[in-house]
Ligand binder design. Sequence first.
Ligand SMILES: [Mg+2]
Length: 243
Amino acid sequence: MNSTVSAPPPSELRRGVPPSWADIDTVLLDMDGTLLDRHFDDYFWEHHIPGIFATRHGLAPEEARRQLLATYRTVQNTLQWADLDYWSERLGINLCEEKAAIAHRVAVHPGVVEALRLLSSQGKALHLVTNAHPEALRIKMARSGLAPCFISLLTSLEVGFAKEQPQFWHKLGDHIAHHRSRTLFVDDSERVLQEAARYGIGHLLHISAPSSVAAATPSGRFPSVSGFAALLADGELLPPHSP
Ligand SMILES: [Mg+2]
């Protein structure tokens, strides 16, 4: 064997070796796209806010959308990306009020409630870990009713770093007790899963269909399922790498 060939990343080593739920005692779950339909967020940022921006500035809707999408990208993968206070200030629009105005559009993905109940009944410690702003989290939990499923709800703003940043993971233990090797992390972002893998989270699962109106995009790097409904069979939860 050529000794210069670098070792495969942990996700590659684990591929084809389905873990048992008995190997996992802590489950960290992303919110938007993983538990909740990301169509809400895509609609909010790509249509609702550009519509208001267009009216305020006398722009054509498409031009407002083009300008805002370019503006959003300037802070991609940082804490500002989902910071409603930051964007309210920058755009001159009260985004917390606007989120609340369309809260009726918040939707839980199929299979999520049942999967969370099954995991809780098996004694898993469930924690929600999200880049969402605390006010967005409050609105979405009030609407979805999912909060009681979790031991804690942790936002990136509380940690001081976005999940895309390595510092988030190195500070995770200050907020959530966990053994890396016995933890499963579920997210729809490969970039975020990559940071969790670097930190050493033992089990990773990618959600390939975060939005109900977009085609699924399976991960080539991590175990990937369309959503929690794909893990449910006859009222049981399949191991997270099995489909
Ligand atoms: Mg997400």
